[in-house]
Design a protein around this ligand. Structure first.
Ligand code: ASN
Ligand code: ZN
Length: 321
């Protein structure tokens, strides 16, 4: 029953997200400075009205609530990676203020970007802990905002799985940046530290070994495939957006491993160029995306090791590029 409850809550969130179309028009505040985030953290106090009460603004010093402080720092790390490494000023590229609400709902086991702001639940402490714990989850949710303002990939089927994968890729890069890790050092897990002690698993997903993040009585087995041979056809989860994202996730992991160094350098630059380059259709398939990464690698680095590594990565996950 708990599993059904968790799944229903998750699917409700997903339905809500798919109804969010277009971008909200929120102007950068007066006095906002390029290259600096403008964060506001709110506390929902276990209710579901958004945004809730303001508890920390930009530049305010840390208070007593660790959840508030993690949200503030995670928003800051995400802003910093996009600005420093991708020359993007906030989620919309125009200095959008970053708003987040913590302590959303009662035992709420998810986090999401609602089209305008971040929302984090505390989890029920039996399956999920506090969703502000993994910085890659914070980066994941904010990257949904970046996708909304750029390729705006439709949240269903393959484009939906690409949307999910973009959120995991940049979420993971934000974690790697925060920890100062190279592609070789990183664990490539999404949501490590989020599962309660009684759950048999390490994280929500593994980009390195999709399908191995958990295997548990309550959550079941991690359903992610690593290659097209195991692509899952389902109507659930918006056509398996959190399932088949394992395939492009693993392609990115393979590319980053081959290139070595910091994954936000060449691998991340290729992915970002496709996400924001204007040629990725809202209804793009894995193959459409893969072909654009090949073109982007060639445009940026010529006919060299990057191009070969991109082609090899897609070949390994059996996506025609
Ligand atoms: N945490 C989930 C996600 O960002 C929320 C959702 O249901 N889409 O993928
Ligand atoms: Zn997501």
């Amino acid at each position: 029953a708990r599993r059904t409850l968790q799944r229903d809550a998750f699917e409700r969130t997903q339905r809500r997200l798919t109804t969010v179309i277009g971008a909200p028009s929120v102007a950068a505040p007066k006095g906002a400075e390029e290259g600096k985030p403008h964060r506001t953290i709110h506390d929902a106090k276990h209710r579901t009205d958004l945004p809730g009460r303001k508890v920390r603004g930009e530049g305010d010093k840390a208070g007593k609530d660790a959840t508030v402080n993690r949200a503030y720092d995670g928003l800051g790390a995400t802003f910093e990676v996009f600005f420093k490494h991708f020359a993007r000023d906030s989620i919309d590229g125009g200095g959008l203020p970053l708003n987040a609400t913590v302590h959303y709902g009662e035992d709420y086991g998810n986090a999401f970007w609602n089209g305008e702001q971040m929302v984090f639940g505390d989890g029920d402490r039996e399956i999920f802990l506090d969703f502000t714990i993994p910085v890659d989850v914070i980066g994941h949710e904010l990257t949904h905002g970046v996708v909304q303002y750029t390729a705006n990939l439709t949240y269903f089927g393959q484009p939906g799985a690409l949307n999910e994968s973009m959120a995991d890729v940049f979420g993971s890069l934000i974690k790697q940046y925060t920890l100062g890790q190279t592609a070789a050092d990183a664990d490539w897990l999404i949501g490590a530290g989020l599962l309660a002690e009684r759950v048999t698993g390490t994280a929500l997903r593994s980009m390195k070994a999709p399908g191995t993040a958990y295997d548990d009585d309550v959550l079941g087995k991690d359903p992610q495939p690593a290659t097209m041979d195991d692509y899952v056809r389902t109507g659930r989860d918006n056509g398996g957006v959190h399932i088949n994202s394992g395939i492009p996730n693993h392609a990115f992991y393979l590319l980053a491993q081959t290139l070595g160094g910091h994954a936000w350098e060449r691998a991340g630059q290729i992915w970002y160029a496709v996400l924001t380059g204007g040629e990725l259709a809202q209804d793009a398939s894995f193959t459409d995306f893969a072909k654009l990464t090949v073109a982007a690698a060639r445009a940026k680095y010529g006919d060299g090791e990057e191009l070969k590594a991109v082609l090899d990565a897609w070949a390994q996950v059996k996506v025609p590029a």
